[in-house]
Design a protein around this ligand. Structure first.
Ligand code: HEC
Ligand code: HEC
Length: 179
């Protein structure tokens, strides 16, 4: 039987999203741009990504996510998805970034899909970390992110863009998330 100072410590009583806080922030707003903000992201999208990490079809992150999802119990998934998706979204980066990223985004129609009105499995990009967005775009372009039906589309939209990827990322990070 446990005694002493830590007698009351019971790891199982901590909510599962505590496990995510080290990297993504307890309220889903992360400090480092290699860790995506999860706050206010669409629940169906978060669930789909967790499923992909668990299935091993999304793997490109140095293994952190692939390993963490194996530590969640089946009933934890709905808890973490609800927790992060219901937090207030991150604030856009400051100062606002316009051209040339805005023109590229408008020409490609990115926000036609990536808006609040679109498909529930299409993530918000607005107010996400620029560094994270740029990495995902590179992963699509180089064929490292292939797990969804949208992979081929992104590969073709992003092929040929060099500094354009950073311009797009900087612009999107500075756009306020639609309500
Ligand atoms: C050790 C750090 C770390 C921990 C802990 C961690 N993550 Fe992650 N997570 C990452 C990294 C890094 C990425 C980005 C992977 C990439 O670059 O593709 C990521 C990506 C994600 C994504 C994809 C987001 C998107 O926009 O596509 C989701 C969803 C996610 N994590 C949820 C969670 C949840 C839920 C937990 C807790 C159960 C968790 N993470 C714990 C490091 C971590
Ligand atoms: C036809 C709809 C559609 C269009 C147009 C589209 N996307 Fe996407 N995008 C998606 C879907 C669906 C996903 C989720 C794919 C997945 O689950 O991996 C996605 C994912 C992404 C992600 C990953 C976000 C994250 O949190 O990990 C980025 C970055 C992205 N798109 C950028 C763009 C950019 C930039 C454009 C315009 C050049 C664009 N998309 C155009 C549907 C679209």
């Amino acid at each position: 039987m446990a005694t002493g100072l830590h007698a009351d410590f019971d790891a199982a009583s901590y909510p599962p999203y505590e496990t995510c806080a080290l990297c993504h922030g307890l309220f889903g707003q992360s400090r480092l741009d290699k860790f995506p903000h999860l706050a206010g992201q669409k629940p169906d999208y978060i669930q789909a990504q967790l499923d992909a990490f668990l299935a091993g079809t999304r793997t490109n992150d140095g293994g952190q996510m692939s390993s963490i999802v194996t530590e969640l119990k089946p009933e934890d998934f709905a808890v973490v998805v609800a927790w992060f998706s219901q937090q207030d979204p991150p604030a856009p980066s400051d100062p606002p970034q316009g051209e040339p990223g805005k023109a590229l985004v408008e020409a490609a129609g990115c926000l036609d899909c990536h808006s609040g009105n679109g498909d529930k499995t299409v993530p918000y990009l607005s107010a996400q970390h620029a560094g994270y967005l740029a990495k995902q775009m590179q992963d699509f372009r180089e064929g490292r992110r292939t797990h969804s039906d949208a992979a081929a589309l992104h590969q073709s939209l992003l092929t040929g863009l060099e500094s354009g990827i950073d311009d797009i990322a900087a612009y999107l990070a500075s756009v306020e998330r639609p309500k």
